[in-house]
Design a protein around this ligand. Sequence first.
Ligand code: SF4
Length: 340
Amino acid sequence: MFGIRLPRFYPVFSWIQIEVTTKCNASCVYCPHYLCRSSWIKRDISFEIMKFIEPALPTTDLVYLQGWGEPLLYPDLWKMIEFLKKRNVRIGLTSNGTLITREIARRLVEAGVDIIAFSLAGTDETNDLIRKGTTLSAVKRGIGLINEEKKKQGTPLPRVHLAYLLLKSHFDQLNGLPSLLNELSLQEVVVSPLTLSLSPELDKEVCFIEELPEHKLIFLKELKRKITAQKLCDNMVIHLVSKDITELCTEKIEWSMTISSDGHIHSCVLSMVPVKTKLFYYHLHAQCEMIPNEFGHFQDDTLKNIWYNKSYRSFRKRHLKENFGELSCSRCYKRRMVTI
Ligand code: SF4
């Protein structure tokens, strides 16, 4: 064995996430796109990124076309979906629902998209106040159109997911979730707390399990039990933030890669907010500067070489440790997530 260098195999990915665009037609009050609007960089990813990820596709389970923008605004979206589908890769995306017309629904189903997630932050018109520029009714209509098309085309895909943002001051909105799910027909619900707070006020909206009164914790468990028992979806997950650090972040960085719309390789979307200025955020009520986790650019090397380069390898190794020093992972709520 001595002196023999073992070949580095292609990494196996649970997912590769690609930020196809940073443009968005909504102004959700908690989103960096809205809060950093004066320094926001609007851009679309180059289609060339497909050549970069192509060698990794046979060992990739899912390509998720999502970053800090609305993917349906990406001009090459259909071309990209076609490219990926020809290579038998599962595809997912998250939409705010506003752009789903009958024609778009037809194309998404026909193209074989595997997952489409819709974002909400409330179960009545409260959602529309938080997610300005979007409406609950647009999401309902979008889900309805996708489901009609699935029926028409005789396919179970795409699976429809709900990405529900739980804000502390709107906790009671969850009361309306069972009847909303009863109205919609979807497969998965993920309730998550805010994980990137760009102001002290927003940081107060983070739902910590330690601060949740006992009756609210019981309510969450009962909500999940009820939704599951009534088969209102196939799978439901509820996340809260803990004050204790957990071993790994929810981004599974050992098994995933994220590419920003300017072509840089990152560990996750949190460290790639497209702004011209420095980005400050709040963690446990303290202000922190966001330090990007960036490991190379797709035009400078192959995916395999970037994955195995010294800084990316060292990052993955250090990620297991509690204190990251300079990197923002030390102060990231995604390392403090607990599942109910
Ligand atoms: S800990 Fe946070 S910043 Fe670090 S990789 Fe995970 S999600 Fe990204």
